[in-house]
Design a protein around this ligand. Structure first.
Ligand code: HEC
Length: 170
């Protein structure tokens, strides 16, 4: 049901444009969306280009049905090849251990995945720690269809978290 709900919102917004998130979501009535950034349906790189630093917030956090979709997208976009199917790492760092290389805010993760390590740092975000593997994250933005898809993936990453309590979004 959440899959259908999200699809309706995204396609409605594609017609109406950004800023109608609450208006579009309310009549659907399936659930009250968590406070977060509006879904624009635009590619993540376009969203990142105009959103002020620190302003991006996941509208789906905590939604189990969306997390499930996000896990599928994690495979569809090939994230698992580097980070492992469960996000526990492999060739590349784990995503679920509570160690956040550039910080663990929604805004930082959205930008890191979209831009990759180098452009993220050029945009003024700094390496705060290192993981077991140190390598640049490639820019996945050109592959990811929409902000909705990326937020769904981030929702899944949150849901798979196994690190210390209280450190999730830092
Ligand atoms: C070619 C390998 C590769 C692919 C594909 C890849 N990543 Fe990464 N990812 C990395 C590397 C390497 C890092 C560490 C970056 C650094 O240290 O600057 C990283 C870092 C991250 C982090 C931050 C982890 C932390 O501990 O702070 C997240 C979140 C992430 N990737 C998500 C994704 C998602 C989602 C996808 C798919 C859309 C993806 N990655 C695809 C290699 C990859």
């Amino acid at each position: 049901m959440m899959r259908r709900f999200a699809g309706v919102v995204v396609s409605t917004l594609a017609l109406l444009g950004a800023g109608c998130w609450l208006v579009a979501a309310t009549p659907a009535g399936a659930a009250t969306p968590a406070a977060g950034s509006p879904i624009t349906g635009k590619p993540p790189l376009q969203v990142v280009a105009t959103a002020p630093k620190g302003s991006l917030h996941n509208p789906f956090n905590g939604n189990a049905a969306i997390a499930k979709e996000g896990h599928q997208l994690f495979f569809n976009y090939g994230c698992n090849g580097c980070h492992g199917g469960g996000g526990g790492g492999g060739m590349c760092p784990p995503l679920i251990n509570g160690v956040w290389i550039y910080g663990g805010s929604d805004d930082t993760l959205f930008r890191l995945i979209s831009l990759g390590s180098d452009k993220l740092q050029a945009a003024g975000y700094y390496r705060q720690t290192i993981e077991n593997v140190v390598a640049p994250m490639p820019s996945m933005g050109p592959l990811i269809k929409s902000d909705a898809d990326l937020w769904k993936i981030i929702t899944w990453i949150r849901s798979a978290y196994t690190g210390p309590a209280g450190h999730k979004y830092k």
